[in-house]
Design a protein around this ligand. Structure first.
Ligand SMILES: NC(=O)C1=CN([C@@H]2O[C@H](COP(=O)(O)OP(=O)(O)OC[C@H]3O[C@@H](n4cnc5c(N)ncnc54)[C@H](O)[C@@H]3O)[C@@H](O)[C@H]2O)C=CC1
Ligand SMILES: O=C([O-])C1=[NH+]CCC1
Length: 323
């Protein structure tokens, strides 16, 4: 007979949004990445995600992908698993391109404690990981910076939210597949929409690529020396967003070397060398190197979802036990 606590907390997207603030997500993701990159000493067990490819038989929405992302962290006392579907073609049907749920367990007994929406967490923790990378690679100065964003979807918006926690921007530029979507996003962010990707990138200090492009949209000749790039899309071995020459001529940071060698077309196709995991910079096992351009190639890790999911669960418990 099951004797486990049957009270499983269920959190909707709106509840998760109300419980989390970007500053706290950046803090827990930074510590999660640092532990992850300590190897077995960091107490994190997190295999590269399993991804099931779905070829829609009716040809309606093209390919879909279904990812299972478990993670355990001894230090943080977390066991969690995210299940995420990403269907690039959903945009045509005005449906979300990413849908996800996160299950949070008590690692002591393996007991399920909470099941929550994972879309908000995917948006926030991905941008938080980029903010961590940027914070370590682009020192904050008195000067206001120029932010260039390629893509005008969920990640474009969450990246602005995360990066503005750390930097003041004099200008935010957005480009996307359609001028209409770029304008809508730029309006929301108080930025400007650009007609071309080149217009966004020339002179930008920080660039974010967050699109569903499968071939490069960011060219080396546009990028100014000293710039930093957060390359967030292209999470398949045969997809890329960044010019291979730019990858080879930059200092490359990743979230996970093991995942990058399996999933990152930007790395696999260009054969660019990986300098470090960003967690190795945070935990002090590698030195920062920035010359001439830095790229953080992110794929998304289960540990990021685990630490953020646990934070949402704890915030919920703290709020619900307040008199
Ligand atoms: N690294 C990570 O941890 C994560 C990465 N991602 C990836 O980030 C990317 C963006 O995700 P979301 O913003 O959630 O998606 P979204 O569907 O909300 O937005 C995608 C944007 O890319 C644009 N786009 C689509 N195809 C394009 C093309 N061929 N060239 C230029 N722009 C194109 C769309 O117009 C839209 O503005 C995706 O590749 C996604 O899989 C998403 C979640 C986590
Ligand atoms: O980490 C993540 O959740 C994802 N990365 C690429 C698509 C979804």
């Amino acid at each position: 007979m099951a004797d486990h606590d049957s009270r499983i907390v269920s959190l909707s997207a709106q509840q998760v949004r109300d419980l989390l603030c970007m500053k706290d997500v950046i803090r827990v993701v930074e510590s999660g990445l640092a532990n992850f990159s300590k190897g077995p000493d960091g107490g994190v067990v997190q295999p590269v995600r399993s991804v099931v490819k779905i070829d829609k038989p009716d040809g309606q929405t093209g390919q879909g992908f279904f990812g299972v992302m478990p993670a355990y962290s001894a230090d943080d006392n977390i066991l969690a698993c995210k299940i995420v579907s990403f269907y690039p073609g959903n945009a045509k049907y005005k449906k979300a391109t990413h849908m996800a749920n996160i299950m949070v367990y008590d690692p002591k007994y393996g007991e399920l404690k909470a099941i929550m929406d994972g879309e908000v967490i995917t948006a926030m923790r991905t941008a938080a990981a980029s903010a961590v990378a940027t914070k370590w690679l682009v020192p904050k100065t008195e000067e206001k910076l120029v932010l260039g964003i390629l893509g005008a979807g969920v990640q474009a918006r969450s990246h602005y939210e995360a990066l503005k926690v750390i930097y003041d921007f004099s200008e935010v530029r957005v480009w996307s597949l359609t001028m209409e979507s770029a304008m809508k996003c730029a309006d929301e962010l108080g930025g400007v929409a650009c007609l071309t990707a080149e217009d966004v990138v020339r002179g930008a200090d920080i660039v974010v690529t967050a699109t569903f492009a499968q071939t490069p949209i960011l060219k080396k000749i546009w990028v100014k020396p000293g710039a930093h790039i957060n390359a967030v899309g292209a999470c398949r071995a045969d997809w890329s967003e960044v010019d291979p020459e730019l990858m080879r001529d930059s200092v490359i940071y990743v979230d996970s070397k093991e995942a990058a060698m399996k999933e990152a077309g930007d790395i696999i196709i260009s054969k660019a060398d990986i300098y470090a995991e960003i967690g190795e910079i945070v935990n002090g096992s590698k030195e920062v190197k920035t010359d001439p351009i830095t790229v953080f190639k992110s794929l998304g890790l289960g540990i990021e979802d685990a630490v953020t999911g646990k934070l949402a669960y704890e915030m919920y418990l703290a709020k619900s036990t307040k008199p």
